[in-house]
Write a protein that binds this ligand. Structure first.
Ligand code: PEP
Ligand code: MN
Length: 284
């Protein structure tokens, strides 16, 4: 039996389950749709968040992102505005009528973060933090579960099962690059996870071209490659003034660069939809 066949058996029949779409406000993330989540790495202040959010919304992003709690490699780096950041995210999301996703890093903060945002993000560094997965799952909010830096697909899909066990199936999986021997890019995007996860899991999968590359110049090609490979969406870092960003400036797109990318993604996703329709007709 192939490695994928063996993994299918170990996943306890989950692969046979009906494909799930995750609803957030008016947006349904999953098969047949393309959802783009965009915004700054970290919430820094009201002007920065509003200017960036307005620009990404005008360019066509459906969901706003922004970190209020930042799990940084160095404890000396900016750790986020925390509760003040959550308040800003919530007020700007309401002002622009845009759902918002933000990361939660501590089980003790889940209840508060869930009050201010629409989707809870579990970051790569916490993918195997099981008490956090259980607490976040129990909030019954949609969860965006990033793949761990060195996690296998099995470990990642089993981490999602910890959430399922809380009765919450509103799970969005996010491939954000893994560690490899090459160190020119920040991480290495494992594009094969897209068709694999679609075959093995009922949950939608999106790709983060910002964190896998660490370089805004690489983001458009990776984003288009991910969509061509079948991803249901993208999460992209954008900053109104990337050279002044407190976090991840080198990988943050300018609003202009992001608009160009969105304009290129529309014909690509329309082409893919037409191809899918042709395939369905051929099967019928
Ligand atoms: C982020 O989305 O800002 C982030 C820290 O991502 P990751 O957990 O993938 O590193
Ligand atoms: Mn970041």
């Amino acid at each position: 039996m192939s490695a994928m066949g063996e993994l299918k058996e170990r996943l306890n029949g989950r692969t046979e389950e009906e494909k799930k779409k995750v609803g957030v406000g008016d947006i349904f993330l999953g098969e047949g749709t393309l959802t783009v989540i965009a915004g700054p790495c970290a919430v820094e202040n009201e002007e920065q968040l509003y200017a960036t959010a307005k620009a990404v919304k005008e360019a066509g992003a459906g969901i706003l992102r922004g970190g209020a709690y930042k799990p940084r490699t160095s404890p000396y780096s900016f750790q986020g505005l925390q509760k003040k950041g959550l308040i800003l995210l919530s007020s700007i999301s309401k002002r622009l009528n845009m759902p918002v996703v933000t990361e939660v890093v501590d089980p003790r903060d889940v209840e508060m973060v869930a009050c201010y945002c629409d989707i809870l993000q579990i970051g790569a560094r916490n993918m195997q933090n099981y008490p956090l997965l259980q607490e976040a799952g129990s909030s019954q909010k949609p969860l965006l579960l990033k793949r761990g830096l060195s996690a296998t697909i099995e470990e990642w899909l089993l981490a999602a099962e910890y959430i399922v066990q809380t009765g919450n199936k509103k799970i969005i999986l996010c491939e954000r690059g893994i560690r490899s021997f090459q160190d020119i890019t920040r991480f290495t995007l494992d594009i094969s996870t897209i068709p694999l996860v679609k075959a093995l899991s009922p949950f939608p999968i999106i790709v983060d071209p910002s964190h896998c590359s660490g370089d805004r110049e690489l983001v458009p090609a990776i984003a288009q490659g991910a969509i061509a490979a079948g991803a249901h969406g993208l999460i992209i870092e954008v900053h109104n003034c990337p050279q002044e960003a407190l976090c991840d400036g080198a990988q943050s797109m300018t609003p202009e660069g992001f608009k160009t990318l969105m304009d290129d993604l529309i014909p690509l996703s329309q082409y893919l939809k037409r191809q899918e329709k042709k395939r369905v007709k051929a099967i019928i």
